[in-house]
Structures are given as C-alpha cells and as structure tokens.
Design a protein around this ligand. Structure first.
Ligand code: URP
Ligand code: ZN
Ligand code: ZN
Length: 462
C-alpha cells in the first residue's frame, strides 16, 4: 500500500515546511518537493497540515476503579482515539495483589488483542511492590518493552516513600522511568473529615478537599526523592501553579523532573464544580480543576519547557448511572475521572495554536515528538523518513462544534459540550492505514478493530 501526500505543510517540533510525503508499507519512505513516486493513493494536502499522530501516554481503558470500570474499553477508546487524531496510546495497567508485572501486562494485552484500533503500549502501575516485583523491573524494561511504571501517592493502593525510593533506584539502574500521581493523602484525608463533619459534601468540596498545596507538597517530596537518588521522575497530570513552580525550581537546578499536564487543567477551572443539579460531578477528577491562574501558568510552563507532555488522563464514567451511582450525597463516592482522548488534538490546536497560546511546532512537540522520546516509542512521534506512517492530515480552518453526539467515546457527556473548534483532523493514518476521516460534519471511523499493535518500547536510557 503506497500513499503520496502532496503539498501539505509538514510540521515538526522544530519547524514547518511545504513538502510531499511518500508512504510505503506503513513507513514514511521519502519527503521532498515534487516527489515523483507512483502511489496507489494520492492526497492533495494543499492548505492542510501534515502532522505526526498524537500519542496519548495517559489513558485508563477499562480500568477497574472506585467500584466500577472506566467505560471505554480498547475498542471504543481507541476508535475514539483514531477519530481524534491519536494514533498511539500508552495505557495504564494496574497490577493486582499477588500478580507479577508480566501477568498484569499479559492480562491487559489479552483485553486489547482483538479490539485495539490504534497502536498501543502499557505502563505497569505498581500496586503490590513485593521485593520480587521490584526485581522484575529490569526485565520489564529490557525485555518486555514496558520501561515506565506508574505509582500513586494517593488512593488506597498508594506506595509509601520508602518504596518510592526503591523504585527510583531500580528504574535508574536499568533505564526506566517512574511516573507519579502526586497528591498528599494526609492533607486530603484531613479535609475529607472536616467536610464530613460539616456536611459539606457536594462536588465543589471535592476540589476543596484536594487543595493546590496537597499537590505541591507531594511534588516537592517526589523531587527530593529524585534528588537524593540522583534519578528521574515524570509527574502525571500536573494541575496547579504551585506544583509547577516546584517543578521549575527543580529543573532550574538540573534535577531530572518531567511534567505532563492535560487539556482540562489548561482550559477548565473550579467554577465548573458549581454547575447546578449535580453537574459539577462531571468534573470530579484528581487532581481537581484549579483556577484560571493555574490554567495560565501551565500554558506558560509548556512554552518554557517545564511541562514537556500533554496527555488526557482519559477515564470516563457516565454522568447518569456512574457519577451519580453512589455519590449524590458525598463527593468522595463519585468515580474520579473524565473523558478526553478524542478531543485532545482539536483542543490543543483550537485553544492553543489558533488562540496564539502555543506555536504549531510546540503543539507537535508536546503531543507527539517529546512524548515518543519520553516513553521510548522509537518509530513514532515525527514526520521523518523511516518513522511509522502515523499521520494526521489536519485542516486548520475546518469548524466543528463539540457535542457528545458527534464523538465516539463510550460516555454520555463531554466537558467541552458546545465549544466551537477551529481546525480538525480530516484523515488519520496508523502505519499507513486510514483509520478515520472527516465526513459532512464530524469525523468517522474507517479503520479496523484489532489492527492496532502492541509496541515494545525501548529502555529510556541505555
Ligand atoms: O481522577 C482521575 N484522574 N482518575 C483517573 C485515575 C488517576 O488518578 O489518574
Ligand atoms: Zn492520577
Ligand atoms: Zn490517570
């Protein structure tokens, strides 16, 4: 199968230029002007961008959580990804008690096998850090192709500081990376008790129970553990300006701290929790939405390079039936998480690039190029000869009004309902196969479930 994409603006993380891109057997074979290649499919991309597919390194597909499951499985979640221009996902894989890392990986691979529509990999989440599990990290990095490991400083399945230090040491030794959900559980428990006593238990108090300082303290503590072990860490879903200030301070000192944020922390704020009739529950996620000041600080952090990756933390629960299952009288029982995999690229372009908050090249950097490098996806993340032909043909002027009805995520709402978008993916390819295309007024899936492949990732430092 060969494709010639003519006259599009090829966007890289360092610059953009008009060129033709020739694809054969799933790979980018050549890039140049007026390429003379006979191709089975010729695409006129004049006036369009040719982008590397976005990579979402923070998803919770079919994850068991808070008495239920995140609703998108590998089929619906990756169909939605394909329609949004996300051509690879790196999904979290929660290790169960008594399980080895490899059993956890094989279990989730078996869920994905016949369903996954885009390429994927897994981050094992260490939840039962027995000594033999810590020993497995070497093989997970060197042989299994899963060199990044998620840990939580909150929730019942959190790890303690001593374990965290061991994990930092172990991943440093073999070229892995610890990813951390950083919030101080004791501050949160204390405030939960206070709100329980006062009877202030509406969704708004979810945000109040997890203040910026709870994130700041945990980020600071994580950084100190990195400093003492001379290791590296990646902070997932960074949300507050105070925590970002700790990241910046550390990075300025040369400490290897990396940070990810998500569109919800760039675009939405805590006023959303005040929406009437329990609608605030739609935004119950951890960390919670912050203020407009934090939104702005995070855009600045992206531009400065203190935030290197934008991901989604896609973890959807229906508003009717899930968010209100146990939690109408108590925010603590509302499943934490929100949908986002399909709206990642359109939001970052429309709210980021089109509004002048970030450059087009920065968008490609935080959605694709740095993400691929951060997580060892060596054939992904760039429009470059030799890379996988994971390509988005993007029309920067196309208008779309976000509405759940026109999206594919298996959930009954989007936090962005009614938002007017400028710029949409019009054709999306995974290893040279078309997986979605714009039709009339929305993007439709034209790929094949089961086409996606598990990608064995490289150790992150050799
Ligand atoms: O609220 C969230 N973020 N839910 C998903 C699990 C997590 O903490 O990332
Ligand atoms: Zn988290
Ligand atoms: Zn998450």
């Amino acid at each position: 199968m060969s494709i010639l994409i003519q006259n599009g603006l090829v966007v890289t993380s360092t610059g953009s230029y008009t060129a033709d891109v020739y694809v054969e057997d799933g790979k980018i074979k050549s890039i140049g002007t007026d390429l003379d290649c006979a191709a089975e499919t010729v695409i006129d991309a004049k006036g369009k961008y040719v982008l590397p597919g976005a990579i979402d390194p923070h998803t919770h597909l079919a994850m068991p959580f808070m008495g239920t499951f995140a609703q998108d499985d590998y089929e619906t979640g990756t169909i939605a990804a394909a329609c949004g221009g996300v051509t690879s996902v790196v999904d979290f894989d929660l290790q169960q008690k008594g399980e080895s890392i490899f059993e956890a990986v094989e279990r989730k691979k078996s869920w994905a096998r016949d369903k996954v529509a885009v390429d994927y990999s897994l981050h094992p989440a260490i939840m039962d850090p027995r000594p033999e599990v810590i020993d497995e990290i070497k093989t997970a990095i060197r042989e299994y192709g899963t060199p990044s490991f998620k840990i939580f400083m909150v929730y019942d399945f959190r790890v303690d500081d001593a374990t965290m230090i061991k994990l930092l040491e172990q991943t440093k030794k073999y070229g892995g990376l610890v990813q951390v959900h950083a919030e101080n559980v004791h501050i949160i428990n204390h405030l939960n008790e206070e709100f329980e006593n006062k009877g202030t238990l509406s969704p708004y108090y979810h945000a109040k129970s997890r203040p910026n300082i709870a994130e700041e303290e945990a980020v600071f503590r994580a950084i100190k553990m990195v400093e003492i072990t001379d290791s590296r860490i990646y902070i997932v879903h960074l949300s507050s300006k105070e925590a970002l200030a700790r990241v910046k301070e550390a990075r300025d000192k040369g400490i290897n701290v990396f940070a990810e944020t998500c569109p919800q922390y760039l675009l939405l704020d805590e006023e959303r929790y005040k929406e009437p009739e329990f609608n605030g529950a739609k935004y119950v996620m951890s960390p919670p939405l912050r203020t407009k000041e934090s939104n702005k600080a995070l855009w600045d952090g992206i531009n400065r390079g203190d935030v290197q990756v934008v991901a989604t933390d896609h973890c959807p629960f229906d508003f009717k039936g899930k968010k209100d299952m146990f939690g109408t009288d108590d925010y603590k029982k509302i499943p934490n998480g929100a949908p986002g995999i399909e709206t990642l690229l359109m939001l970052m372009h429309s709210e980021g690039v089109a509004r002048g908050r970030i450059s087009l090249e920065k968008m490609v950097d935080v959605l694709s190029t740095t993400t691929a490098k951060m997580f060892g996806l060596k054939n992904k993340g760039e429009i470059r000869v030799g890379k996988d032909a994971d390509i988005v043909i993007f029309d920067p002027d196309l208008k779309f009004t976000i509405t759940q009805e026109k999206l594919h995520m298996n959930v009954d709402y989007t936090p962005y309902e009614g938002m007017e978008i400028t710029g949409m993916p019009v054709e999306v390819y995974v290893r040279g196969k078309k997986v979605s295309k714009w039709k009339n007024d929305h993007v439709e899936f034209v790929g094949e479930k089961g086409y996606g492949k598990f990608v064995k990732r490289e150790p992150l430092i050799k």
